[in-house]
Design a protein around this ligand. Structure first.
Ligand code: KG4
Ligand code: ZN
Length: 371
């Protein structure tokens, strides 16, 4: 089954082709440079950029792959959660292609797709415990099967990526800043007491990163000399050695505080499951963070759970994961009609697929109660 995937939920415009879950080609245009000028994503600009880039990206994808819409079996599109105006551009493109070609439309939960990116091309044993860590979400998920996912815990305020990005902003590092905190902390032993590991003194699996965000901002406000005098260019790798040791220690300590907070809640989740987890997986932009990946691989070895992590490029938003999800859903006979609606951030993505004959039980709960 050849599936076209379309991703426009935030600030990456991406289209990709997958054949039975195997990636063929992806074309991705990042808007990071544009939004870096404002220190965060400006929704109206994001929508305009998606609109400007969608057509050329689709043409380049099909030209380079030597394929046309006639070869495609289904069109999968991220339908949320995300920025409403951005999602609408992807949905409009997907619906237009389906209307013109008669091919089925498959709306994909962006968070579900992130998790599936970790399973691509691998034999994952279920149930799997999944950690989804991105700019907008921090969730512990139980995957009973690839199409049966439930949320066990989630952030009650900010996401882990938000804590990274706000810390970077206080340091006058470009948006999105997680990768800078990651790199600048490399090779430095963290001070484990410098920043709090938030929201651990409770029994549940939820997270709260807003207090950590404030602690880091207060720490930097008291040490203005740590702020970069000139903001480095977006996307240009920084050389950690060129930066003050005090700053690198702060970055390493923040990496530790976030990684260890995630570890504590994951261990708690592993211990609380009725049916023991058979594997551990993590996904989302923050899953590219090296100390977090190291924490996960130590945890996996200690608890005897095979670990599945996407390669760093597939941790961030991309269309390959949407196409992979589309293949799985399509093969299960699940699809939508052209009335498919986008789901903004903060809303639960409904499991409202239309199903063909012989479809088994499947559900995905991305965990946000309607507001
Ligand atoms: O999944 P993603 O690309 O977009 C969302 O769906 O939000 O995640 C973006 C987030 C940003 O907060 C970014 O700073 C963070 O992922 N991120 C990282 C790293 N690379 C990206 N955070 C920490 N370390 C990294 N290496
Ligand atoms: Zn994402």
């Amino acid at each position: 089954m050849l599936c076209l995937g379309i991703e426009t939920s935030c600030d990456e415009t991406a289209v990709a082709l997958c054949d039975n879950g195997r990636p063929i080609l992806e074309k991705l245009a990042s808007q990071a440079d544009l939004h870096a000028l404002f220190g965060g994503v400006v929704p109206e600009l994001a929508s305009r950029e998606h609109l400007r880039r969608m057509g050329p990206l689709l043409s380049a994808l099909f030209d380079e792959a030597g394929l046309t819409m006639a070869d495609v079996d289904a069109v999968a599109v991220a339908r949320g959660p995300g920025l409403l105006g951005s999602l609408l551009i992807g949905l409009a493109a997907a619906k237009g292609l389906c209307l013109a070609s008669g091919k089925p439309l498959i709306g994909v939960d962006h968070l579900h797709a992130h998790l599936l990116a970790a399973t691509m091309g691998r034999e994952v044993a279920y149930p799997a415990l999944g950690l989804l860590i991105s700019g907008g979400h921090t969730q512990i998920m139980l995957m009973r099967s690839p199409l049966d996912v439930a949320v066990l815990g989630r952030t009650i305020d900010d996401a882990a990526g938000e804590a990274f990005d706000k810390a970077a902003k206080s340091l006058n590092l470009p948006y999105p800043g997680g990768v800078y905190i990651d790199r600048l902390g490399r090779g430095i032993e963290p001070d484990r007491t410098l920043f709090p590991r938030p929201f651990l003194e409770n029994v549940h699996l939820d997270f709260s990163f807003s207090g950590l965000k404030t602690a880091v901002a207060t720490f930097i406000a008291a040490r203005p000399h740590l702020r970069a005098v000139v903001m480095p260019a977006t996307g240009v790798p920084v050389a950690p050695e060129a930066w003050p040791m005090e700053l690198r220690l702060a970055c390493s300590s923040l990496n530790f505080a976030i990684a260890d907070t995630l570890r504590v809640k994951l261990e708690r989740a592993i211990d609380s499951l009725d049916a023991p987890a058979a594997s551990l997986l993590a996904a989302g932009g923050v899953a590219a963070n090296e100390p977090i990946r190291e924490m996960l691989s130590r945890l996996s070895a200690r608890r005897g759970l095979p670990l599945f992590l996407p390669e760093p490029a597939l941790c961030a938003d991309n269309a390959t994961m949407i196409a992979v999800a589309g293949c799985l859903l399509g093969q299960a006979g699940l699809h939508h009609d052209l009335s498919l609606a986008p789901v903004p951030r903060g809303r639960r993505v409904p499991w409202d697929y239309l199903s063909g004959p012989g479809i088994g039980r499947a559900s995905v709960d991305s965990g946000f109660a309607p507001q």
